[in-house]
Design a protein around this ligand. Sequence first.
Ligand code: IMP
Length: 441
Amino acid sequence: MTVTIVGSQLGDEGKGGIVDLYGDAADIVVRYQGGDNAGHTVVYDDEKYKLSLVPSGAIRGKVGVLGNGCVVNPRTLFDEIDDLRERGLDPDVRVAERAHAILPYHRRLDGIEEEAKADSDLDAGTTGRGIGPTYEDKVGRRGIRIGDLLDPDVLRDRLEYVVPQKRAIVEDVYELEAGEELDIDALFEEFSEFGRRLREEEMTINAGEFVSDRIAAGDNVVFEGAQGTSIDIDHGIYPYVTSSNPTAGGACTGTGIAPTTVGQGEIVGIVKAYLSRVGTGPLPTELEGDEESEDLAHYIREEGGEYGTVTGRPRRVGWLDMPMLRHATRASGFTGLAVNHVDVLAGLDEVKVGHSYTLDGEETFTMPPTTERWGECEPNYRTFDGWTDANWDLVADEGYDAIPANAREYLEYVSDELDTPIYAVGVGPNREQTAVLEHPF
Ligand code: IMP
């Protein structure tokens, strides 16, 4: 059976903790999109592991797969694997030969373009990991795939075609100096060595075949989405988006597993009890603009540790946005919800939720398709009585009924509005700090 984990908002909903929670019952954890722009922290045996590429299940002895929809920076991949090995673990990570490789020039171009866009406020506030430029090359049919690294002749051919183009962009379009990241020989040497290592350690796979064989053999599979629905390249707040599909459809195209198979499993939407955002662009329910809102944002940011995992940037904070969640629920077909960070809001007198928007004088219940129009939406708030702090470890142990009544009211409102049951409520950063109502495996 399969369980697909999807971020329902803007990323950073705490997907890693839920993947980790379900991970014990899983045999394989498969990432289907994104790259080292994602970041998750896993606590295992009192040790903290910060990972951006290796699927968290790999720390617990599961097979971690990077599907064809991922973009893989081999430098990051091997740094993470080597670090885990030094710490006494032996992660089993497999990489789709169809996945695209992030090369050093992708990172360089990511930075250059973000800087160029900043003047017109079109910069997405990327993580600078080269994600967009790599997906651009994939779609432009000039990318270098993981499978290409295995064959030195193919790798050389691909580099000789693509690098002069990139050099021309850096030198002629932006009038900047090209460095080692655009030196064909240096790239060939480094990346053919990665290819050698991938082959020697038998890490590369035909992802669709590998995963479907395992499903046929009765394995439990978690498809782990990175980022979130509102930064999906198709369904998000374009152009302030990432360049892949975090929505559930990505689990099919990003792995080679059929929609009929993914659809027979569970699709769990991960919801943060408020909004946080590292990137740029509008945010109708953002807490900002007056002292009281800024103070609230500050409180939530500090309580929730709302600083980017990959970049360390302070995150913008806002109230829960129901139109955003209705949009996410429709796009991915959630069968269950996990609502995280409920403990972070404890201690507030009242908790607000953007129930709907007013746009052109009319009430609307989902997000408009353009970001500019979304920026014009005025939220209509519902106000809930706040809940006091609790012994959250005890709450997690005792389960849903031990959650403070006002918080339950809030959760039940979300579940009713989305017509989707709540499977889990996160009340702290570790997987043990979760009240589990339903286990999908
Ligand atoms: P990129 O994925 O680095 O190209 O960044 C594009 C947009 O997605 C930016 O607004 C980033 O802040 C955002 N983003 C990328 N990865 C994450 C993530 O893991 N969590 C939250 N936001 C992300």
